[in-house]
Design a protein around this ligand. Structure first.
Ligand SMILES: *[C@@H]1O[C@H](CO)[C@@H](O)[C@H](O)[C@H]1NC(C)=O
Ligand SMILES: *[C@@H]1O[C@H](CO)[C@@H](O)[C@H](O)[C@H]1NC(C)=O
Length: 187
């Protein structure tokens, strides 16, 4: 009787855990076209000791053809703004995308909160260290429900909650960046 109870309890627990992991994958790439804001980032490594404000810029996503997403944004590196762009392509695996080099895998999940998605990323050449999760939304304002979904999701993926960063939003038209773009396009 006791072991039956234990079995039932375990079964229920497994069912609950599975249900929580059950965010649906992105159903259509076109849904991601447009401008996105990175609202939270989950990292595996504990960066608590060198905690600095993390700065993010809007991301422009296009879908040049079915199965392909192109992402353009700006990143801050040692005080400089650098324009970056890359493409990811759908693989045979449901919900999975990869860079053309095949080293990075991306999984895109739809959230029940409107206009919010989770992007979960793994670098094959490094193990757990290089996993990252991103909560993205159509507008930069905080959304507590989406953040809670993101926290639950990343917890199930084994991230520590203290490694969730809410970044500082920047606009592309920040003066520093404009100057750097101007000089870099002249070269
Ligand atoms: C993946 O990790 C390797 C090893 O650290 C690194 O050289 C490579 O740049 C990483 N790939 C990406 C796309 O970040
Ligand atoms: C997050 O997980 C907690 C604890 O399991 C649960 O109570 C809560 O409803 C979950 N929130 C969302 C938005 O799924």
């Amino acid at each position: 009787m006791k072991s039956l109870l234990l079995t039932v309890t375990l079964f229920v627990l497994v069912a609950v855990l599975q249900a929580q992991d059950d965010l649906p994958f992105l159903s259509e790439e076109n849904k991601l076209s447009g401008i996105w804001f990175v609202k939270a980032i989950a990292i595996q490594r504990n960066l608590a000791e060198k905690r600095r404000p993390v700065v993010v810029f809007p991301h422009r996503v296009t879908c040049p053809e079915q199965g392909t997403l192109e992402v353009r944004t700006t990143v801050m590196s040692e005080g400089q703004c650098i324009k970056v762009g890359f493409r990811i392509q759908r693989t045979e695996e449901p919900g999975q995308y990869t860079t053309f080099s095949g080293q990075m895998f991306y999984y895109i999940y739809e959230l029940p909160v409107k206009d919010h998605y989770i992007i979960y990323m793994e670098n094959l050449s490094l193990e757990k260290e290089s996993q990252r999760g991103f909560l993205i939304g159509r507008c930069p304002e905080e959304n507590l429900e989406a953040l809670e979904e993101f926290k639950n999701f990343t917890q199930l993926k084994g991230f520590f909650q203290e490694n969730i960063i809410v970044p500082e939003q920047r606009a592309h038209q920040d003066h520093n960046c404009q100057a750097i773009f101007a000089t870099s396009t002249q070269q």
